[in-house]
Ligand binder design. Structure first.
Ligand code: SME
Length: 163
């Protein structure tokens, strides 16, 4: 029989967490802690949630629960950074070497690679899960699937409050 991988085990824990947690806020706060603690290359893990400012102010990504060093980027416009690129395209963005990506907004000198995954609620963008690593090219296929799974768990949880 196949040995359950560390990531499969973590996915099961995350699914259990999502089903037992009452508020999406609590789910996000516990999820960043769990990912940061278990995935050794995930050195900064945080949520940015979409805030629709009153017109004519543009929508912004606002820092939510996070684990890791404080970032200067607490509010990010949709046309800025890796975060803005993921949010505005609605697609996962993986950057293997942030020093070579002109979109990158620096958070820590140590960051070498990054992944940003949009979160959808009933098909509409609600925010994203952003992870930085001190290691180059830290986010492979398995990581991408894991982070997209986390984003979908949060999206489904947030959708419950919309029903
Ligand atoms: N690097 C991100 C900014 C957020 S920090 O990494 C926490 C970006 O380029 O959008």
């Amino acid at each position: 029989m196949r040995k359950v991988s560390q990531v499969d085990q973590l996915k099961t824990e995350l699914a259990n967490l999502a089903s037992e947690t009452k508020s999406a806020q609590e789910l996000m706060s516990r999820m960043v802690k769990l990912l940061h603690a278990r995935m050794l290359k995930y050195n900064w893990v945080g949520f940015y949630m979409l805030e629709q400012g009153p017109p004519p102010q543009p929508p912004m990504l606002v820092l939510g629960s996070f684990e890791g060093a404080m970032t200067p980027h607490t509010r990010i416009a949709l046309n800025q950074g890796i975060c803005g690129a993921a949010a505005s395209s609605g697609k996962t963005v993986v950057v293997d070497d942030v020093s070579k990506d002109p979109r990158y907004l620096a958070c820590s000198q140590e960051t070498k690679s990054e992944i940003a995954v949009p979160i959808f609620v009933c098909g509409k963008l609600a925010g994203e899960l952003d992870i930085d690593s001190h290691f180059p090219a830290a986010f492979g296929v398995v990581d991408r699937e894991l982070v997209e799974y986390c984003a979908s768990l949060v999206g489904e949880h947030l959708a419950k409050n919309h029903r």
